[in-house]
Design a binder for this molecule. Structure first.
Ligand code: ATP
Ligand code: MG
Length: 402
């Protein structure tokens, strides 16, 4: 019995967190695991990162642990570096929000309860002692049992303090398949315009968490139903039904590709710029859209199979099946097999380069080199000539040298 208890406590589950809490307690302070780790522990789900809350001030935390990093000292957060790094934050509350986003100042408070009270949802407002005793002032455990996202305290007030919480509510709902408690949902409905105060970077992060979640459709549906989507450009409503078919891909850029697929073609670039997508994300979206477009004609040509990566083809195939009216009869595996049988995987595999062409032609550099290489690529890809120096030289002499 004793052994079971020993194994069940935090000591073995989260050794670094246990050690930090133990040290803080030895120095006369209180310390608890808080936030997402407690939520996921109660849900019996894997825990990503463990955060600790304490009544020790950042200065006091730094005096106890030899290796710390000031990651957010103005908010009371210090990173304690052991075998793994753990954020330790001093009990705090947030007073007066004049911009609907950032508290004007952070006030350190004396009790755990006050710290838990400033947290967004009841499921995120629990704490755990190092002996695995749950501290749950706001009914977080019951909310988890019932599958409910509920603001701590008055939702109108909490969303007026920080508008990002509205989007977080929806994101958690999509990740956990929880419903929004009715007052919490109504508060989002009435305060949704305040989301405009949140930076687009933060919005992007939350949207991406929604479509990487297990229930992206649920999230996008709430995003639309709550009115939040009206504050942002792009046709979210039209795209709604299609998100049903969006099974979460583990690349967030696929969400942007799926979104882009349901917009007017001429709007896509402006939209991706508005949402501050990276160049890499924009490139991925462009490739997926082009590949879907190719598929819309019935099947991919060999040149298209060569042009797009297997990832892009797979995503485009899946998206195409969801949004194209025409059914794609050939299985994806057949396309991929055909791609793999192309003699070269990239242009770099061609055994001659621009310098060879220059030497053979005894000519000056110019755009002609790229034109020839492009044509040569297509000839090799389609099996018209072999990727062989002599054969290519023969072809080149015949076609371009007289
Ligand atoms: P995730 O798995 O996404 O990391 P999390 O619950 O750990 O989920 P974080 O954004 O890492 O979420 O925040 C940690 C904790 O801090 C939350 O559980 C919550 O208690 C609190 N919190 C975070 N953001 C807010 C906010 N905007 N308003 C109030 N409390 C917040
Ligand atoms: Mg977290």
């Amino acid at each position: 019995m004793k052994e079971w208890r020993e194994n069940s406590v935090m000591k073995n589950r989260w050794p670094a967190a246990y050690k930090i809490i133990d040290e803080l307690e030895r120095a006369g302070f209180e310390a608890f695991v808080v936030g997402g780790a407690v939520r996921d522990f109660v849900r019996n789900a894997p825990v990503n990162d463990v955060d600790i809350t304490t009544n020790a001030t950042p200065k006091e935390v730094k005096a106890i642990f030899p290796h710390t990093i000031d990651v957010g000292i103005e908010h009371g957060t210090v990173l304690v570096v052991l075998d793994e790094s753990i954020e330790v934050t001093t009990y705090r509350s947030e007073s007066t929000y004049s911009d609907f986003r950032r508290p004007d100042e952070v006030t350190f408070v004396r009790t755990l309860k006050e710290d838990l009270q400033r947290r967004d949802f009841t499921i995120n407002a629990m704490a755990l002692t190092k002996e695995d005793v749950l501290v749950d002032y706001f009914g977080g455990r019951l909310a988890i049992k019932e599958g409910i996202i509920q603001a701590v305290g008055n939702p109108q007030l909490r969303f007026s303090e920080d508008a990002l919480r509205m989007l977080r509510a929806i994101r958690f709902s999509a990740q956990l398949n929880f419903s929004l408690e009715s007052n919490t949902l109504n508060a989002i409905r009435s305060l949704h315009p305040h989301i405009a105060h949140v930076s687009i970077e933060r919005v992007k992060v939350e949207l991406e968490k929604i479509w990487l979640s297990d229930f992206p459709f649920k999230g996008i549906q709430l995003f639309v139903d709550s009115g939040l989507s009206n504050i942002f450009p792009g046709n979210w409503e039209r795209s709604l039904q299609n998100w049903n078919d969006f099974s979460s891909f583990d690349v967030k850029a696929n969400g942007w590709a799926f979104f882009a697929l349901m917009q007017s073609k001429e709007d896509v670039n402006d939209l991706l710029n508005y949402y501050k997508c990276s160049n890499e994300e924009k490139r991925h979206v462009k490739n997926v859209l082009e590949a879907v477009h190719g598929l819309a004609k019935g099947a991919w040509t060999t040149d298209e199979l060569f042009q797009f990566s297997e990832d892009v083809l797979s995503v485009a195939y899946y998206f195409g099946n969801s949004v194209l009216s025409k059914e794609i009869t050939e299985p994806l595996e057949l396309f991929l097999r055909r791609k793999r049988s192309i003699p070269i995987a990239t242009k770099k595999d061609i055994v001659v380069n621009g310098n060879d062409l220059l030497e053979w032609a005894n000519d000056k550099r110019g755009p002609w080199i790229k034109e020839v290489l492009d044509r040569l690529t297509s000839m090799i890809v389609n099996g018209h000539i072999k990727n062989d120096r002599n054969e290519i030289k023969g072809w080149f002499s015949h076609e371009y040298l007289h």
